[in-house]
Design a protein around this ligand. Structure first.
Ligand code: NDP
Ligand code: OXD
Length: 309
């Protein structure tokens, strides 16, 4: 009985060591090293090469080592009958909240604009903005969006959130479902996307949505590149309907050198860095599920295959 780690970055050893540090008896292999594939019961995966999961005839479940699972559903050979788990972690959520809040403050205080002005030796004070001047709208009130909304309320932002189902967040206004989307968007001066990427949410950040935001709104996408229609964003920023955007995620990562986002003065980019699964924080839940599966107990953080998240 063993775990295989399947990912194409350089983090296989890191995850192996973190698993062994917390359970020295655990049998864990990187997918490219020699191992008995029939003995593997758990695949711990992150953007695995498509098709690799079919090499393991006795898998009991698939564990995403991140919060997102969209990359799994993109694999046409994903074994249909296997449960999928994902990461739900307090550190991942607080890291995301810190990233979004840092981005909002940078926007409020024009820090990126002043940096550009500095290069051009331009002394040009901009309008002074305060926390109380802005309503922040959070799309997606799950493990990450809920923590962000709570933090925004605590800091003093007018906060609202939108999800598929009803939520209660003290101090925030919440909206549920498609029929409330207009009302939510119409007052979101800063819009943060923390939705999962599914058939329903692909391309949701498009001209039609931007036009429903107040003039001068600012957009932050820290969810997935597939939510954004890139050309629509550039058009909305260039025609000054939007004041700018910060993007952490892209259709293709790394962002190709020829992409217009690189050189756009009002679009800030970060390299899919908003929040990253910390092995020390996440390994206990990976092991907990492993032990649960050995005992036939229900797994934690199961993904709904019908909803796609
Ligand atoms: P969750 O599954 O916990 O939450 C998703 C939220 O989105 C839920 O509130 C859900 O509503 C809502 N939602 C889903 N579909 C719709 C829809 N069609 N209409 C309205 N609301 C919808 O996910 P997490 O919070 O854990 O993570 C969100 C995403 O963040 C991940 O899928 C991943 O893509 C991204 N991410 C990005 C990182 C980065 O570094 N950039 C790091 C980690 C994650 P309901 O609650 O009603 O189901
Ligand atoms: C995640 C991510 O989904 O890092 O966890 O993007």
């Amino acid at each position: 009985m063993s775990i295989v780690i399947i990912r194409q970055d350089d983090k296989i050893e890191l995850w192996k060591e973190a698993l062994r540090a917390q359970d020295p008896k655990i049998e864990v292999y990187g997918y490219l090293e020699p191992h008995d594939k029939a003995a593997v019961e758990v695949a711990l995966v992150w953007k695995h090469p498509k098709g690799t999961l079919t090499d393991y005839p006795n898998l009991k479940y698939i564990a995403s080592s991140g919060a997102g699972v969209d990359f799994l559903f993109e694999d046409e050979s994903l074994p249909e009958d296997l449960p999928i788990t994902r990461v739900v972690d307090t550190m991942l959520a607080s890291d995301m909240s810190e990233y979004v809040i840092a981005t909002i403050f940078s926007y409020l205080k024009h820090l990126q604009t002043y940096r550009v002005d500095q290069f051009h030796k331009v002394w040009s004070p901009k309008p002074y903005y305060r926390i109380t001047d802005f309503t922040v709208g959070v799309m997606g009130l799950g493990a990450l969006g809920k923590v962000l909304a709570d933090d925004l309320v605590r800091i003093g932002f007018k906060t609202q959130g939108w999800a598929r189902s009803e939520k209660q967040i003290a101090g925030a206004v919440t909206f549920a479902g498609e029929h409330t989307f207009d009302e939510f968007l119409a007052t979101s001066q800063i819009l943060v996307c923390l939705l999962p990427l599914t058939d329903e949410t692909t391309g949701i950040l498009n001209t039609e949505l931007f036009n429903r935001l107040p003039k001068g709104a600012y957009v932050i996408n820290a969810a997935r590149g597939g939510h954004m229609v890139d050309a629509d964003l550039i058009a909305a920023v260039d025609n000054n309907h939007l004041s700018g955007a910060t993007l952490d995620v892209f259709h293709q990562e790394p962002l190709p050198e020829t992409h217009p986002f690189w050189a756009h003065e009002k679009i800030n980019i970060t390299p899919h860095y908003a929040s990253v699964s910390d092995t020390t924080s996440v390994v206990p839940q990976i092991l907990e599920n492993y032990y649960r599966s050995q005992k036939g107990a229900p797994l934690l953080h199961l993904v709904s295959k019908t909803k796609g998240y």
